[in-house]
Design a protein around this ligand. Structure first.
Ligand code: HEC
Length: 105
């Protein structure tokens, strides 16, 4: 009986640790807004490169551009922008509204 209770407690603890780890992973994923302002917004909207918001650019094209780069735009590796972050970012860029404060080349 005592052993069973200990085992149950141990399992419950392990479950909590696993849940906490999952939570950590979710929290580690940055939102599209965060990635855009920290990475893309360094150039886009600031007169370096074209404005990319409010143009309904296809998400697949955005993903391709980010992984491969083009001319003055560098490519970004999965260690810099995770696959999950990029997927969300690309959809966000496609659906984003134009920001009148942004200026393109
Ligand atoms: C160092 C500056 C820089 C950064 C950072 C940058 N870009 Fe770019 N980007 C450019 C430039 C310059 C071009 C134009 C390339 C060309 O056509 O020669 C471009 C082009 C693009 C295009 C094609 C636009 C079109 O009109 O077809 C997309 C999409 C794009 N960037 C997305 C992104 C995203 C998303 C990020 C953030 C993850 C990002 N870029 C980060 C400089 C940058």
């Amino acid at each position: 009986m005592k052993r069973a209770a200990l085992l149950a407690a141990g399992l419950a603890l392990a479950g909590t640790a696993q849940a906490a780890q999952k939570l950590g992973e979710v929290q580690a994923q940055r939102s599209p807004e965060q990635v855009y302002s920290a990475v893309c917004g360094y150039c886009h909207g600031k007169n370096v490169g074209p404005v990319i918001r409010g143009r309904a650019l296809p998400a697949e094209a955005v993903e391709y551009q980010v992984r491969h780069g083009l001319n003055a735009m560098p490519a970004f590796r999965p260690t810099e922008i995770t696959p999950a972050e990029l997927k969300a970012l690309a959809v966000w860029v496609q659906n984003s509204a134009a920001d009148p404060k942004e200026h393109g080349q």
